[in-house]
Design a protein around this ligand. Structure first.
Ligand SMILES: CC(C)(COP(=O)(O)OP(=O)(O)OC[C@H]1O[C@@H](n2cnc3c(N)ncnc32)[C@H](O)[C@@H]1OP(=O)(O)O)[C@@H](O)C(=O)NCCC(=O)NCCS
Length: 174
């Protein structure tokens, strides 16, 4: 199912042929540095893909397979995630390393914020990011997200920061 398109990107449900590109992305430590700081072993990446990604998302929420249209290539997963224990949907983005630095996560973010505040009428959208993740913090600040709180995890030394963007602020700054 195709959910959304931008100038360069298409967002659709994950399909079986995405498996290799998905595995390559999540077995790359640089991609997972601020998402647990652990590259997934190949068998774990395969299991997660087959059990949790193929055919998903299938409606509004979740991280959509992100395809670079000009190469017809799976380059990541982006969207609004809304797990049951979360107070509001959260913006998420994963882009494969060869495609970093081309404005693709920003293009995806803009598209999903427009869907969230426009089509879905959400009052706020969250995002969480590990402290020190410069690129991700920069993207959130660029779109007007405000810092809300942080939580430290002494066992790993990680600090996760919660940000939010309110629809009224989004609309005021458009
Ligand atoms: C974070 C990530 C999505 C960024 O994707 P991207 O397509 O390279 O991002 P963009 O090119 O749209 O934007 C990056 C911006 O951050 C800036 N930036 C890059 N590295 C930076 C750093 N260390 N500190 C501050 N800003 C930085 C870029 O200059 C760019 O700014 P601009 O839009 O003003 O030009 C990508 O690196 C990624 O997938 N990382 C691994 C997964 C991950 O960490 N996801 C986020 C979890 S919170």
């Amino acid at each position: 199912m195709i959910f959304l398109e931008t100038e360069r990107l298409l967002f659709r449900s994950h399909e079986p042929q995405d498996e290799n590109d998905f595995v390559q992305m999540h077995t790359d430590l640089e991609v997972r540095r601020y998402a647990g700081n652990r590259a997934w072993p190949i068998d774990e990446a395969l299991r997660r893909f087959r059990n949790g990604y193929v055919g998903r998302p299938d409606e509004t929420y979740g991280l959509w397979a992100t395809v670079l249209k000009e190469e017809q290539k799976y380059i990541g997963a982006c969207g609004l995630a809304f797990p049951p224990n979360q107070p509001a949907p959260a913006l998420g983005y994963y882009i494969a390393r060869p495609y970093w630095g081309r404005g693709l996560a920003s293009e995806a973010s803009l598209a999903f914020l427009e869907v969230g505040f426009g089509r879905l009428g959400l009052p706020r959208i969250l995002a969480d990011v590990e402290k020190g993740h410069g690129a991700s913090e920069h993207i959130l600040q660029k779109f007007g997200f405000q810092f809300v709180s942080h939580e430290g995890f002494p066992a790993t030394g990680r600090v996760i920061c919660l940000y939010e963007l309110l629809r009224k602020d989004w609309e005021a700054n458009k």
